[in-house]
Design a protein around this ligand. Structure first.
Ligand SMILES: *Cc1c(COP(=O)(O)O)cnc(C)c1O
Length: 414
C-alpha cells in the first residue's frame, strides 16, 4: 500500500488553490482575508448569495427540530415546498432528490413511464440537443450525447438522439413511433450559454402537441429567478410536461426536484422511483426560504434591473476590447462572453483581479452573479473585467506568439 502527501480527494477537478473561509452576499473571503467577488455562485447555486439571513434562520430552525426521517413518512416541509412549487408553475406533482443529475434522470424516467402507462411502451427515445448538459449519471450523459464525457465508461444507455441545430424542421425529422419526448435547457449553461429563444421553445411545444410526445425542460441552471423570471421558459409563455430543477432552489443546500403535470405524475405510482435523502426536512426548509425570497415583490425586477445595467456595461467593454471578447450571450444573469483568447486564460485573468467566473463550452466565460448582487457589485465586476482586459492586452502585445489557441472543446468542468 502506498501513501502519498498529495490530496486524497479524487483528482476529477483542476482546482484552484483558493481556500474560502466565509461568504458575505456576493463576496467570498479566503483564509488569508482576501475578498473575491463571486460571479460563479458555486455554479448558479448560491442564488441568494452567501450567508443570507433568511436561509441561515431556516436551516437553524429546522436543524433544531428534525434532520431526516426518510420518505417512509409524510414530511410536512416537503408537502409545503411541493405545494408552493406547484402554485407557481405548470406542475401538479413534485419528486424531490438531491442534485441536478438526479432530477434530469428522474425526468427521463417519468417521460418514458408516462408512455408505457398509456399503451405506448415503444415510446422510449428522448431527443436532446448538441451542446446540452444534464449531469454526470450515465443516462444524463447519454441524453446530452457528449462523447468526451462518456469515453471509457462502457456502454451508454440507449434511447437518446441529439439534434445538431435549434431548427424545428430538423427536430421533427427525428420524431418517429419510438419518440417519448424532447429534452432541452431553455438556456444552455455548460454548453456555452446559449439562449435557444422563446420562438424555438414555442415551436417545440407545438411539435410535442402535434405528435403526442412530452416536452421536458432542464431548468437546473436557468431556473429559480436566474433569467429574471422564476423559470426561463416563462419568457416563451408556454409550459413543459416535465421539468428538472436543482442548483438555485437549495441556495447552497443540496436539493433537486422534477416537476410534472398531473398526467405524467399519475404514471409514477408507489415503487416506480425513490430516493433516501430526497426531500429531507433540512433541504425542504431551506428550499422554501429560497422560493419565498425569490417570489417576494420586487425580487425578479431587481434581477432584471442589475442584468440590464451589467449588460449595458459589458456592451461598452466589448466595444473597447474586441481583441478579448466577441459576443454577449445568454439571458438574465445566466450570461456569457465569447472569448478570443482561451476562456481558461480569461477566467485566470479575472481571478487575478479577484473576480470569480466559470468557463463554459464554445470558449465562453460565464457570469453567474448571485441574484441579490447590488449595483455596486456589478460596478466592481466591470472594473475587474476592464483591469483584466488591460493586462491580457499588454501580455498579447508583448508576446503575440504566447496567445494560446482557444480550444473550442475545452472542458467547462475542468
Ligand atoms: C449543473 C447541471 C446539471 C447537473 O447538476 P448536478 O447537481 O451537478 O448533478 C444538470 N442540468 C443542467 C442544465 C445543469 O446546469
Amino acid at each position: 500500500m502506498s501513501k502519498t502527501d498529495a490530496s486524497h480527494v479524487m483528482p476529477t477537478y483542476n482546482r484552484s488553490e483558493l481556500r474560502f473561509q466565509r461568504g458575505e452576499g456576493a463576496w467570498l473571503i479566503t483564509d488569508s482575508d482576501e475578498r473575491y467577488l463571486d460571479f460563479g455562485s458555486g455554479i448558479a447555486v448560491n442564488a441568494l448569495g452567501h450567508s443570507h439571513p433568511k436561509l441561515i434562520a431556516a436551516l437553524k430552525a429546522q436543524s433544531e427540530k428534525l434532520w431526516h426521517v426518510s420518505n417512509l413518512y409524510t414530511i410536512p416541509e416537503q408537502e409545503h415546498l411541493a405545494d408552493a412549487l406547484c402554485a407557481k408553475t405548470f406542475a401538479d406533482n413534485v419528486f424531490f432528490c438531491n442534485s441536478g443529475a438526479e432530477a434530469a434522470e428522474g425526468m427521463i424516467k417519468a417521460m418514458r413511464r408516462y408512455h408505457a402507462d398509456n399503451g405506448a411502451p415503444e415510446r422510449v427515445t428522448l431527443i436532446s440537443f448538441a451542446g446540452a448538459f444534464h449531469g454526470r449519471t450515465l443516462a444524463a450523459l447519454a441524453a446530452a450525447g457528449n462523447q468526451a464525457y462518456l469515453q471509457g465508461f462502457g456502454p451508454a444507455p440507449q434511447g437518446f438522439v441529439q439534434c445538431a441545430d435549434f431548427d424545428i424542421a430538423k427536430v421533427e425529422a427525428l420524431i418517429d413511433e419510438t419518440t417519448a419526448g424532447i429534452l432541452i435547457e431553455p438556456v444552455q449553461g455548460e454548453g456555452g450559454v446559449r439562449d435557444v429563444g422563446p420562438e424555438f421553445l414555442r415551436g417545440l411545444r407545438a411539435l410535442c402537441d402535434k405528435h403526442g410526445i412530452l416536452l421536458g425542460f432542464d431548468e437546473v441552471q436557468s431556473g429559480i429567478g436566474r433569467t429574471g423570471k422564476l423559470f426561463a421558459h416563462e419568457w416563451a409563455e408556454i409550459t413543459p410536461d416535465v421539468m428538472a430543477i436543482a442548483k438555485g432552489i437549495g441556495g447552497g443546500f443540496p436539493l433537486g426536484a422534477f416537476l410534472t403535470t398531473q398526467a405524467v405524475g399519475a404514471a409514477m405510482q408507489p415503487g416506480t422511483h425513490g430516493s433516501t435523502f430526497g426531500g429531507n426536512p433540512l433541504g425542504c426548509a431551506v428550499g422554501m426560504a429560497v422560493l419565498e425570497t425569490v417570489c417576494e415583490d420586487g425580487f425578479l425586477e431587481h434581477v432584471r434591473d442589475i442584468d440590464g445595467f451589467f449588460r449595458q456595461q459589458l456592451a461598452g467593454l466589448l466595444d473597447i476590447y474586441p481583441d478579448i471578447f466577441t459576443e454577449i450571450r445568454g439571458r438574465g444573469l445566466l450570461l456569457g462572453l465569447k472569448c478570443k483568447p482561451a476562456n481558461t486564460d480569461i477566467v485566470a485573468a479575472l481571478r487575478a483581479q479577484k473576480l470569480l467566473t466559470v468557463g463554459a463550452g464554445d470558449n465562453v466565460v460565464r457570469f453567474l452573479p448571485p441574484l441579490t448582487a447590488t449595483h455596486d457589485d456589478m460596478r466592481a465586476a466591470v472594473e475587474a473585467i476592464s483591469a483584466a482586459c488591460e493586462t491580457l492586452r499588454a501580455e498579447l502585445k508583448a508576446n503575440p506568439e504566447a496567445n494560446p489557441k482557444a480550444d473550442p472543446k475545452a472542458d467547462p468542468n475542468a
